[in-house]
Ligand binder design. Structure first.
Ligand code: DAH
Length: 354
């Protein structure tokens, strides 16, 4: 073997050992990539440099040394690849260890939300009426801050009429005719101003009255108004609809009675009582020992009201009703104090599941 050939063989063996030592010190994919360029790079790589020297060898020596160069090249290539794989695997293991989930740890408690009992009752009432063909009016259509006209005058409450005193109204300082609505009946006028018969709607909402707060009364409460206007509508239609409602809301067995009453915007007018749910008609504190509880007011729409919104009372008749949501909820769930609805006590609220 010539000295040149011997020297190249030496260089190749050294290069392989050097590469092995250098790879052992790498700690990142970039380190390995840098070494690949250093040892095997096409232009400046150390092996390429050595291979260039092969041309100085004799024809006889070249094949053997050339083969050795290729072997060394393959060996370094394999080492690089193995190191890359090892580093990737290390990174993966580290990530897995970091993201490990201990499934035996107790979970974080996320309390589930529930609907408020008044919301549940409103939803159920609307649902029942929906089944009888009544559409719900969007609450926003009927303002809570209302004018005297919609809350009283258009509902056939003449100025200074004593019927206004039936409802202790909050007036505002925005003007003598601006008030907080005392009843959802404003929805009747608001709706009939923009719609023609046949009309079949229900309108839930908040109302306000200047009352002494007690277990049965509050300054803010909820009502659901109903209105049906069509040709040939009669009082027996009203009775049928309300009987059906009571049946579905309270259950088949609850005795119900219609009582004669007065409201300026209905003629004739009635109030509907259901037998007291707490004492089953025996008489208790909640029903004032009468055995009956009033749940709503109703009647045939007064012709004056229809005239006021340009609906011909000779052609059309209608009925209306208005019910107190708190009252319905108290009866349905045997709640004795209305203030519980507004005290935000979770021990109370948690008992209602929608
Ligand atoms: N708005 C009445 C009140 O709050 C209840 C009422 C009675 C509503 C008769 C009606 C009705 O629609 O026809 O006392």
């Amino acid at each position: 073997m010539s000295p040149v050939s011997h020297d190249i063989q030496d260089q190749l063996q050294h290069l392989q050992q050097e590469a092995q030592a250098a790879l052992a010190n790498t700690s990142s994919l970039k380190d390995v990539e840098d070494l690949r360029i250093h040892f095997l790079g096409r232009k400046e790589g150390r092996l390429t440099h050595i291979k260039r020297g092969l041309k100085d060898l004799s024809e006889a020596e070249r094949p053997a040394i050339g083969a050795l160069a290729n072997e060394v090249s393959n060996a370094i290539e394999t080492m690089l690849q193995e190191r890359l794989d090892a580093l990737k695997n290390e990174a993966l293991q580290a990530q897995l260890a970091k993201e490990a989930i201990d499934i035996t740890m107790p979970g974080t408690y996320v309390p589930g939300g529930q609907l408020h009992p008044l919301t549940l009752v409103i939803d159920e009432v609307l649902d029942i009426f929906h089944g009888m063909g009544f559409a719900a009016i969007d609450d926003n259509v009927c303002p809570e801050v209302e004018t005297d006209y919609y809350n009283f005058e258009a509902l056939n409450f003449p100025a200074d009429h004593p019927a206004r005193d039936m409802q202790d109204t909050f007036y505002t300082d925005a003007g003598s005719n601006v008030l907080l609505r005392s009843q959802t009946s404003n929805a009747q006028i608001r709706f009939m101003e923009t719609h023609r018969p046949p009309i079949r709607v229900v309108a839930p909402g908040r109302v306000y009255r200047n009352e002494e707060v007690s277990s049965r009364k509050g300054v803010l409460f909820h009502q659901i108004e109903g209105l049906l206007v069509d040709e040939k509508t009669t009082f027996s239609d009203l009775k049928g609809v309300l009987h059906q409602f009571v049946k579905l809301f309270f259950g088949q067995e609850r005795p119900t009675r219609f009582r004669n009453s007065f409201f300026p915007f209905t003629e004739p007018s009635a109030e509907v009582d259901v037998q007291c749910i707490l004492c089953n008609g025996q008489g208790c504190r909640t029903c004032g020992h009468h055995g009956w509880l009033e749940i709503l007011g109703a009647g045939m729409v007064d012709p004056n009201v229809l005239k006021g919104v340009n609906i011909d009372p000779e052609k059309y008749t209608g009925f209306a009703f208005g019910m107190g949501v708190e009252r319905l909820a108290m009866l349905k769930y045997s709640i004795r104090d209305l203030r519980l609805f507004y005290s935000n006590d979770v021990r109370f609220l948690r008992q209602f599941k929608g």
